[in-house]
Design a protein around this ligand. Structure first.
Ligand code: PLP
Length: 389
């Protein structure tokens, strides 16, 4: 833990520096773009469902649920995954309710890793993945994606070894905002299928997809978990329903898994013994009534467009995100830590790319209100000092 404390996330560090700046200059003066903590209110359907359920107050509302979740909620979720084509053939017994995506990832790793097994993580990546792997005596192996932020199959193939047990993928990606094309996912599944056969044990594809409803492009989203019999889907309602503090999500497995029953038993047991016990009972019921609801994407689209324009005008090299609420421009001059300090001087809080395993970039979280988005666009320093990125 001392090691993790020392190498810990820069997101919190910058956010805490920001608290000092806010105390000094007033919160209104600071454009805080650090956390993926959405400012948008939850969808109206969710607020309504919450009111209804509290009013109905079924007798078991506040009790323990089965470790895998309320059976009828799992049933509804499986039907939703099947009908939307996200996981065709999904049934209740393929879904385990969890305390968000973080718990889904942890129960998955707990269930499939043996000590010393390697987990490939595509960088840039959500900063907590390596720690999640270490929680279960696994070994994180970082594999960079290409310059275009798409997975490089050659690099993945080169990183596969005898101990590889899992590949974690996350699209639309935090922090790059990239959505992966279906053909690339097909190729990835083919690669893992071949490698599993050669290794004579399955290599899992853990697809972490909390941003799949937050997309700005027409191309359909395809879950990597759908195309591969050893695919696992980690989902969270934190972002699509703007309720990160309520801790609700799920882990679903590909229905073609040859030992589906045993795996789901393991996942349910992991839920209990890792101390999650079960996903919050009240929120399981709420979410089951508003599965198709999603936060209003229009404000996010406006912030994205405004910031992409401001970045381009000021000389930054940036890809317009296809999904998520993050931007990941190149850092002018290349030194992300120095740039983040320079931005702090302008009362703009952003996060260095190094914390996501890709130095030379910085992350802007634009899940903020209108005023803060406008302030951030204004505060961005010109990318001229140190040359164009
Ligand atoms: N995975 C990714 C890619 C994330 O960005 C986040 C949160 O920001 C999580 C997982 C954790 O989500 P949850 O709140 O559901 O634990």
């Amino acid at each position: 833990m001392r090691h993790l404390l020392q190498t810990g996330s820069a997101i919190r560090r910058v956010w805490e520096q920001g608290l000092q700046l806010k105390a000094l200059h007033g919160a209104e003066a600071v454009a805080d773009m650090t956390l993926g903590n959405p400012a948008a209110p939850p969808p109206a359907a969710l607020v309504e469902a919450l009111g209804q359920i509290v009013a109905e107050s079924p007798a078991d509302l506040h009790l323990y649920t089965p470790n895998a979740g309320h059976p009828e909620v799992r049933e509804q979720l499986a039907a939703h995954l099947h009908e939307r084509g996200l996981l065709p053939g999904a049934r209740r017994e393929h879904v385990v309710m969890t305390c968000g995506a973080s718990a889904a990832i942890n129960i998955a790793l707990r269930s499939v890793l043996e000590p010393g097994d390697e987990v490939l993580i595509l960088a840039p990546h959500f900063p907590d993945y390596p720690a999640h792997v270490l929680n279960h005596a696994g070994k994180p192996v970082i594999v960079p994606v290409g310059e275009d932020f798409l997975p490089d199959l050659g690099m993945i193939e080169a990183a596969l070894g005898e101990r590889t047990r899992v590949l974690i993928v996350n699209h639309p990606n935090n922090p790059s905002g990239r959505q992966y094309p279906p053909s690339l996912i097909e190729e990835l599944a083919t690669l893992l299928r071949g490698a599993s056969q050669r290794a004579r044990r399955p290599i899992y594809l853990l697809s972490d997809e909390p941003y799949r409803e937050l997309r700005f492009i027409r191309e359909p989203f395809v879950s990597p978990a759908r195309l591969y019999e050893y695919g696992l889907m980690a989902y969270s309602f934190s972002k699509s329903h703007s309720i990160p503090g309520e801790r609700i999500g799920y882990l679903a497995i590909n229905p073609g898994h040859p030992e589906a029953k045993e795996l789901v038993r393991a996942l349910s047991l992991a839920n209990r013994i890792l101390g999650f016990t079960n996903a919050p009972s009240l929120w399981q019921r709420v979410i089951a009534r508003c599965l198709d609801a999603v936060v209003d994407l229009e404000p996010l689209r406006r912030h994205r467009d405004r910031l992409v324009t401001a970045l381009a005008d000021k000389g930054y090299d940036v890809l317009a995100p296809e999904g998520t609420f993050y931007l990941f421009p190149r850092t002018p001059g290349g030194d992300d830590e120095a740039f983040v300090q320079r931005a702090l001087d302008q009362l703009l809080l952003v996060v260095p790319g190094g914390t996501f395993g890709r130095a030379g970039h910085f992350r802007i979280a634009f899940c903020v209100d209108e005023r803060t988005a406008a302030l951030a666009a204004e505060r961005l320093p010109h990318a001229t000092v140190g040359g164009r990125a």
